[in-house]
Design a binder for this molecule. Structure first.
Ligand SMILES: NC(=O)c1ccc[n+]([C@@H]2O[C@H](COP(=O)([O-])OP(=O)(O)OC[C@H]3O[C@@H](n4cnc5c(N)ncnc54)[C@H](OP(=O)(O)O)[C@@H]3O)[C@@H](O)[C@H]2O)c1
Length: 311
Protein backbone atom coordinates (compact mmCIF):
# COMPACT_ATOMS: atom_id res chain seq x y z
CA UNK A 1 0.00 0.00 0.00
CA UNK A 2 1.73 3.17 -1.22
CA UNK A 3 0.22 5.93 0.89
CA UNK A 4 0.83 7.47 4.28
CA UNK A 5 -1.92 5.55 5.98
CA UNK A 6 -1.07 3.15 8.80
CA UNK A 7 -2.11 -0.45 8.28
CA UNK A 8 -4.08 -2.22 11.01
CA UNK A 9 -4.62 -5.96 10.73
CA UNK A 10 -7.77 -7.45 12.22
CA UNK A 11 -7.85 -11.21 12.81
CA UNK A 12 -11.24 -12.95 12.67
CA UNK A 13 -13.98 -10.57 11.57
CA UNK A 14 -17.11 -12.48 12.59
CA UNK A 15 -19.46 -10.33 14.67
CA UNK A 16 -17.72 -7.79 16.92
CA UNK A 17 -14.81 -7.27 14.53
CA UNK A 18 -17.19 -5.74 11.95
CA UNK A 19 -17.45 -2.61 14.11
CA UNK A 20 -13.69 -2.10 14.08
CA UNK A 21 -13.60 -2.61 10.31
CA UNK A 22 -16.26 0.09 9.93
CA UNK A 23 -14.70 2.54 12.38
CA UNK A 24 -11.20 2.20 10.89
CA UNK A 25 -12.62 2.61 7.39
CA UNK A 26 -14.27 5.84 8.57
CA UNK A 27 -10.92 7.15 9.84
CA UNK A 28 -8.79 8.55 7.02
CA UNK A 29 -5.57 7.63 8.84
CA UNK A 30 -5.83 3.85 8.46
CA UNK A 31 -5.98 1.03 5.95
CA UNK A 32 -7.51 -2.25 7.14
CA UNK A 33 -6.35 -5.76 6.29
CA UNK A 34 -8.31 -8.74 7.61
CA UNK A 35 -6.83 -12.14 8.43
CA UNK A 36 -9.24 -15.00 7.81
CA UNK A 37 -9.43 -18.65 6.85
CA UNK A 38 -11.89 -17.77 4.07
CA UNK A 39 -13.35 -15.01 1.91
CA UNK A 40 -16.43 -13.23 3.23
CA UNK A 41 -19.18 -11.52 1.29
CA UNK A 42 -19.59 -8.79 3.93
CA UNK A 43 -15.91 -7.84 3.61
CA UNK A 44 -15.93 -8.16 -0.20
CA UNK A 45 -18.88 -5.74 -0.42
CA UNK A 46 -16.82 -3.21 1.54
CA UNK A 47 -13.72 -3.82 -0.57
CA UNK A 48 -11.67 -4.82 2.46
CA UNK A 49 -8.35 -6.53 1.75
CA UNK A 50 -8.70 -10.08 3.11
CA UNK A 51 -5.53 -12.16 3.47
CA UNK A 52 -6.22 -15.86 3.71
CA UNK A 53 -4.25 -17.65 6.44
CA UNK A 54 -4.20 -20.94 8.33
CA UNK A 55 -3.17 -18.94 11.45
CA UNK A 56 0.29 -20.54 11.59
CA UNK A 57 3.11 -18.26 12.75
CA UNK A 58 4.89 -18.26 9.36
CA UNK A 59 1.71 -17.47 7.45
CA UNK A 60 0.84 -14.58 9.80
CA UNK A 61 4.40 -13.21 9.82
CA UNK A 62 4.48 -13.09 6.02
CA UNK A 63 1.27 -11.02 6.01
CA UNK A 64 2.40 -8.67 8.80
CA UNK A 65 5.66 -7.92 7.02
CA UNK A 66 4.27 -7.67 3.49
CA UNK A 67 1.68 -5.11 4.62
CA UNK A 68 4.03 -3.13 6.94
CA UNK A 69 1.24 -3.18 9.48
CA UNK A 70 1.46 -1.22 12.69
CA UNK A 71 -0.88 -3.19 14.94
CA UNK A 72 -2.75 -6.48 15.11
CA UNK A 73 -6.19 -6.76 16.74
CA UNK A 74 -7.75 -10.18 17.28
CA UNK A 75 -11.42 -11.07 17.56
CA UNK A 76 -10.72 -14.76 17.02
CA UNK A 77 -13.05 -16.97 18.98
CA UNK A 78 -11.96 -20.59 18.49
CA UNK A 79 -12.69 -23.11 21.24
CA UNK A 80 -10.32 -24.54 23.85
CA UNK A 81 -6.66 -25.11 23.04
CA UNK A 82 -7.07 -23.72 19.57
CA UNK A 83 -7.46 -20.24 21.10
CA UNK A 84 -4.09 -20.58 22.82
CA UNK A 85 -2.31 -22.08 19.82
CA UNK A 86 -3.55 -19.46 17.36
CA UNK A 87 -2.85 -16.59 19.76
CA UNK A 88 0.68 -17.90 20.34
CA UNK A 89 1.18 -17.75 16.56
CA UNK A 90 -0.15 -14.17 16.46
CA UNK A 91 2.11 -13.10 19.34
CA UNK A 92 5.24 -14.81 17.97
CA UNK A 93 4.60 -13.29 14.55
CA UNK A 94 4.39 -9.80 16.12
CA UNK A 95 7.62 -10.36 18.05
CA UNK A 96 9.40 -11.40 14.83
CA UNK A 97 7.73 -8.79 12.62
CA UNK A 98 9.66 -5.72 11.48
CA UNK A 99 6.76 -3.31 12.00
CA UNK A 100 3.90 -4.81 14.01
CA UNK A 101 4.71 -4.15 17.66
CA UNK A 102 1.22 -3.50 19.05
CA UNK A 103 -1.18 -6.36 19.72
CA UNK A 104 -4.71 -6.63 21.16
CA UNK A 105 -5.66 -10.29 21.71
CA UNK A 106 -9.26 -11.49 21.68
CA UNK A 107 -10.57 -10.82 25.20
CA UNK A 108 -13.40 -8.26 25.04
CA UNK A 109 -14.68 -9.25 28.49
CA UNK A 110 -15.18 -7.57 31.89
CA UNK A 111 -12.93 -7.31 34.94
CA UNK A 112 -10.19 -9.72 33.90
CA UNK A 113 -7.75 -8.49 36.54
CA UNK A 114 -9.79 -9.21 39.67
CA UNK A 115 -11.49 -12.26 38.13
CA UNK A 116 -8.87 -13.79 35.79
CA UNK A 117 -10.43 -17.26 35.92
CA UNK A 118 -14.03 -16.24 35.07
CA UNK A 119 -15.85 -17.23 32.99
CA UNK A 120 -14.11 -20.54 33.60
CA UNK A 121 -13.60 -21.17 29.87
CA UNK A 122 -11.70 -17.86 29.73
CA UNK A 123 -9.67 -19.18 32.68
CA UNK A 124 -8.73 -22.13 30.49
CA UNK A 125 -8.17 -20.29 27.21
CA UNK A 126 -7.28 -16.63 27.88
CA UNK A 127 -5.47 -16.87 31.24
CA UNK A 128 -2.60 -19.12 30.02
CA UNK A 129 -2.11 -16.74 27.09
CA UNK A 130 -2.06 -13.67 29.37
CA UNK A 131 0.92 -15.28 31.15
CA UNK A 132 2.80 -15.47 27.83
CA UNK A 133 1.96 -11.84 27.04
CA UNK A 134 3.49 -10.66 30.32
CA UNK A 135 6.89 -12.01 29.22
CA UNK A 136 6.77 -10.50 25.74
CA UNK A 137 8.63 -7.44 24.50
CA UNK A 138 5.85 -5.85 22.41
CA UNK A 139 3.08 -3.41 23.42
CA UNK A 140 -0.15 -5.29 24.17
CA UNK A 141 -3.38 -4.64 26.00
CA UNK A 142 -6.43 -6.66 26.99
CA UNK A 143 -9.34 -4.47 25.86
CA UNK A 144 -12.48 -4.89 27.98
CA UNK A 145 -15.90 -3.22 27.94
CA UNK A 146 -18.04 -5.57 30.05
CA UNK A 147 -21.18 -6.83 28.31
CA UNK A 148 -21.86 -5.65 24.80
CA UNK A 149 -24.80 -3.28 25.23
CA UNK A 150 -26.00 -4.32 21.77
CA UNK A 151 -27.75 -7.35 23.25
CA UNK A 152 -30.45 -4.92 24.45
CA UNK A 153 -31.12 -3.96 20.80
CA UNK A 154 -33.53 -5.55 18.33
CA UNK A 155 -31.66 -8.01 16.12
CA UNK A 156 -31.82 -5.87 12.97
CA UNK A 157 -29.98 -2.94 14.61
CA UNK A 158 -26.69 -4.66 15.47
CA UNK A 159 -24.00 -6.95 14.04
CA UNK A 160 -24.20 -9.05 17.23
CA UNK A 161 -26.52 -12.06 16.77
CA UNK A 162 -29.01 -12.38 19.65
CA UNK A 163 -28.13 -14.80 22.48
CA UNK A 164 -31.50 -15.12 24.29
CA UNK A 165 -30.44 -18.22 26.24
CA UNK A 166 -27.42 -16.38 27.63
CA UNK A 167 -28.14 -12.66 27.91
CA UNK A 168 -30.79 -12.02 30.60
CA UNK A 169 -32.83 -9.59 28.51
CA UNK A 170 -34.35 -10.79 25.24
CA UNK A 171 -35.49 -7.61 23.45
CA UNK A 172 -36.74 -9.53 20.41
CA UNK A 173 -39.34 -11.43 22.45
CA UNK A 174 -39.99 -8.95 25.30
CA UNK A 175 -38.71 -11.44 27.88
CA UNK A 176 -36.15 -11.48 30.67
CA UNK A 177 -34.57 -14.25 32.72
CA UNK A 178 -32.78 -12.69 35.68
CA UNK A 179 -29.82 -14.67 37.02
CA UNK A 180 -29.09 -14.48 40.76
CA UNK A 181 -30.86 -11.59 42.48
CA UNK A 182 -30.56 -9.27 39.50
CA UNK A 183 -28.86 -6.70 41.75
CA UNK A 184 -25.32 -7.87 40.98
CA UNK A 185 -23.23 -5.09 39.42
CA UNK A 186 -22.70 -5.20 35.64
CA UNK A 187 -21.17 -2.84 33.12
CA UNK A 188 -21.99 -2.61 29.43
CA UNK A 189 -20.71 -0.69 26.42
CA UNK A 190 -22.06 -0.46 22.89
CA UNK A 191 -19.99 -2.40 20.35
CA UNK A 192 -19.54 0.71 18.22
CA UNK A 193 -18.24 2.71 21.18
CA UNK A 194 -15.75 -0.08 21.90
CA UNK A 195 -14.54 0.09 18.30
CA UNK A 196 -14.28 3.89 18.43
CA UNK A 197 -12.22 3.64 21.60
CA UNK A 198 -9.93 1.03 20.01
CA UNK A 199 -9.33 3.41 17.08
CA UNK A 200 -8.32 6.12 19.57
CA UNK A 201 -5.99 3.72 21.39
CA UNK A 202 -4.34 2.70 18.11
CA UNK A 203 -3.06 6.29 17.91
CA UNK A 204 -1.29 5.98 21.29
CA UNK A 205 2.19 4.48 21.50
CA UNK A 206 2.36 3.25 25.12
CA UNK A 207 -0.46 1.05 26.35
CA UNK A 208 -1.57 -0.16 29.77
CA UNK A 209 -1.70 -3.95 29.91
CA UNK A 210 -5.46 -3.87 30.49
CA UNK A 211 -7.72 -1.18 29.02
CA UNK A 212 -11.29 -0.73 30.24
CA UNK A 213 -14.21 1.21 28.82
CA UNK A 214 -17.80 1.39 30.06
CA UNK A 215 -20.96 2.99 28.77
CA UNK A 216 -22.66 2.44 32.09
CA UNK A 217 -22.57 0.51 35.36
CA UNK A 218 -25.96 -0.92 36.28
CA UNK A 219 -27.82 -4.12 37.20
CA UNK A 220 -30.19 -6.35 35.25
CA UNK A 221 -33.06 -5.36 37.58
CA UNK A 222 -32.42 -1.72 36.67
CA UNK A 223 -32.11 -2.58 32.97
CA UNK A 224 -35.46 -4.41 32.96
CA UNK A 225 -37.14 -1.38 34.57
CA UNK A 226 -35.49 0.94 32.03
CA UNK A 227 -36.59 -1.16 29.06
CA UNK A 228 -40.13 -1.57 30.38
CA UNK A 229 -40.41 2.21 30.76
CA UNK A 230 -38.90 2.74 27.33
CA UNK A 231 -41.17 0.23 25.58
CA UNK A 232 -44.21 1.15 27.68
CA UNK A 233 -44.95 -2.52 28.43
CA UNK A 234 -43.73 -5.09 30.97
CA UNK A 235 -41.20 -7.79 30.08
CA UNK A 236 -42.26 -11.34 30.89
CA UNK A 237 -39.68 -11.94 33.64
CA UNK A 238 -38.45 -15.20 35.22
CA UNK A 239 -35.59 -15.86 37.67
CA UNK A 240 -32.79 -18.40 37.96
CA UNK A 241 -31.10 -18.58 41.37
CA UNK A 242 -27.38 -18.71 42.13
CA UNK A 243 -27.92 -22.13 43.80
CA UNK A 244 -29.49 -23.53 40.65
CA UNK A 245 -26.64 -22.23 38.47
CA UNK A 246 -23.92 -23.63 40.75
CA UNK A 247 -25.75 -26.94 41.18
CA UNK A 248 -25.74 -27.42 37.40
CA UNK A 249 -22.02 -26.60 37.16
CA UNK A 250 -21.09 -28.86 40.07
CA UNK A 251 -23.19 -31.80 38.83
CA UNK A 252 -21.91 -31.78 35.27
CA UNK A 253 -18.55 -32.30 33.66
CA UNK A 254 -17.12 -28.89 32.75
CA UNK A 255 -14.42 -30.43 30.60
CA UNK A 256 -17.06 -31.17 28.03
CA UNK A 257 -18.09 -27.62 27.25
CA UNK A 258 -21.65 -28.29 26.10
CA UNK A 259 -23.89 -25.37 25.13
CA UNK A 260 -25.73 -25.67 28.48
CA UNK A 261 -22.45 -25.69 30.40
CA UNK A 262 -21.17 -22.64 28.50
CA UNK A 263 -24.35 -20.80 29.46
CA UNK A 264 -24.04 -21.86 33.12
CA UNK A 265 -20.42 -20.60 33.19
CA UNK A 266 -21.49 -17.24 31.72
CA UNK A 267 -24.24 -17.12 34.38
CA UNK A 268 -21.66 -17.76 37.09
CA UNK A 269 -19.55 -14.92 35.61
CA UNK A 270 -22.47 -12.46 35.51
CA UNK A 271 -23.55 -13.01 39.13
CA UNK A 272 -19.99 -12.82 40.49
CA UNK A 273 -19.30 -9.13 39.78
CA UNK A 274 -16.74 -10.09 37.10
CA UNK A 275 -18.81 -8.63 34.25
CA UNK A 276 -18.39 -5.11 35.64
CA UNK A 277 -15.23 -3.28 34.64
CA UNK A 278 -13.49 -1.81 37.73
CA UNK A 279 -14.95 1.67 38.06
CA UNK A 280 -11.97 3.66 39.33
CA UNK A 281 -9.49 2.33 36.78
CA UNK A 282 -12.03 2.62 33.94
CA UNK A 283 -12.72 6.28 34.76
CA UNK A 284 -8.98 7.04 35.03
CA UNK A 285 -8.42 5.49 31.60
CA UNK A 286 -11.36 7.44 30.16
CA UNK A 287 -9.58 10.60 31.31
CA UNK A 288 -6.21 9.38 30.05
CA UNK A 289 -7.21 8.01 26.61
CA UNK A 290 -10.86 8.41 25.73
CA UNK A 291 -11.89 12.00 26.46
CA UNK A 292 -12.90 12.31 22.81
CA UNK A 293 -15.23 9.30 22.88
CA UNK A 294 -18.87 9.73 23.87
CA UNK A 295 -19.95 6.41 25.37
CA UNK A 296 -23.68 5.70 25.18
CA UNK A 297 -25.64 4.84 28.33
CA UNK A 298 -28.36 2.23 27.77
CA UNK A 299 -31.03 4.92 27.61
CA UNK A 300 -29.02 6.93 25.06
CA UNK A 301 -28.38 3.88 22.88
CA UNK A 302 -32.09 2.93 22.89
CA UNK A 303 -33.08 6.50 21.96
CA UNK A 304 -30.44 6.59 19.23
CA UNK A 305 -31.63 3.21 17.89
CA UNK A 306 -35.11 4.64 17.32
CA UNK A 307 -33.68 7.26 14.95
CA UNK A 308 -31.31 5.09 12.90
CA UNK A 309 -31.60 1.87 10.88
CA UNK A 310 -28.46 0.46 12.41
CA UNK A 311 -26.60 1.43 15.63
N1 LIG B 1 -18.33 -9.05 26.28
C1 LIG B 1 -19.27 -9.56 25.53
O1 LIG B 1 -20.49 -9.33 25.78
C2 LIG B 1 -18.91 -10.38 24.33
C3 LIG B 1 -19.93 -10.78 23.45
C4 LIG B 1 -19.58 -11.52 22.32
C5 LIG B 1 -18.25 -11.85 22.08
N2 LIG B 1 -17.29 -11.47 22.98
C6 LIG B 1 -15.88 -11.82 22.73
O2 LIG B 1 -15.48 -11.08 21.58
C7 LIG B 1 -14.59 -11.86 20.76
C8 LIG B 1 -15.17 -11.92 19.33
O3 LIG B 1 -16.49 -12.46 19.37
P1 LIG B 1 -17.31 -12.66 18.03
O4 LIG B 1 -18.71 -12.98 18.43
O5 LIG B 1 -17.05 -11.54 17.11
O6 LIG B 1 -16.60 -13.99 17.49
P2 LIG B 1 -17.07 -14.94 16.28
O7 LIG B 1 -17.78 -14.14 15.26
O8 LIG B 1 -17.76 -16.14 16.87
O9 LIG B 1 -15.67 -15.47 15.75
C9 LIG B 1 -14.68 -14.57 15.30
C10 LIG B 1 -13.73 -15.29 14.39
O10 LIG B 1 -13.10 -16.36 15.09
C11 LIG B 1 -12.62 -17.30 14.12
N3 LIG B 1 -12.94 -18.65 14.55
C12 LIG B 1 -14.07 -19.09 15.10
N4 LIG B 1 -14.02 -20.43 15.30
C13 LIG B 1 -12.79 -20.83 14.86
C14 LIG B 1 -12.13 -22.06 14.78
N5 LIG B 1 -12.71 -23.20 15.20
N6 LIG B 1 -10.87 -22.08 14.26
C15 LIG B 1 -10.26 -20.97 13.84
N7 LIG B 1 -10.88 -19.75 13.89
C16 LIG B 1 -12.11 -19.68 14.40
C17 LIG B 1 -13.33 -16.98 12.78
O11 LIG B 1 -12.37 -16.36 11.95
P3 LIG B 1 -12.22 -16.66 10.38
O12 LIG B 1 -13.32 -17.62 10.00
O13 LIG B 1 -12.39 -15.32 9.74
O14 LIG B 1 -10.86 -17.22 10.19
C18 LIG B 1 -14.40 -15.99 13.20
O15 LIG B 1 -14.73 -15.08 12.21
C19 LIG B 1 -14.45 -13.20 21.47
O16 LIG B 1 -13.28 -13.18 22.27
C20 LIG B 1 -15.69 -13.28 22.35
O17 LIG B 1 -15.51 -14.07 23.49
C21 LIG B 1 -17.59 -10.72 24.08
Amino acid sequence: MCNNKEVIIIAGVGNLGKYLVEELAADKGYDVVVLSRKKSQWLAERQVDVQITDYTEESILAILDSTNCKALVSFLNPPGNLYLNIHKSLLNACVRSRTCKHFIPSEWIGNSEDYPLLPRFYGETREPFRKLLRDSSIQWTLFNGGWLMDYFLPQEKTHMPPIPAEFPVDPNNSRACIRGTGDELQSWTSARDIARAVVVLLGVHEWDTVTYVAGEWSTFNEAVKRIELFQGQPLETTYKSKDKILEFINNNDQLELSHDMEIALVEEWMISGAAACPREKTLLQKEKYFKSVKFFSLQEMLQHAEKVDFV
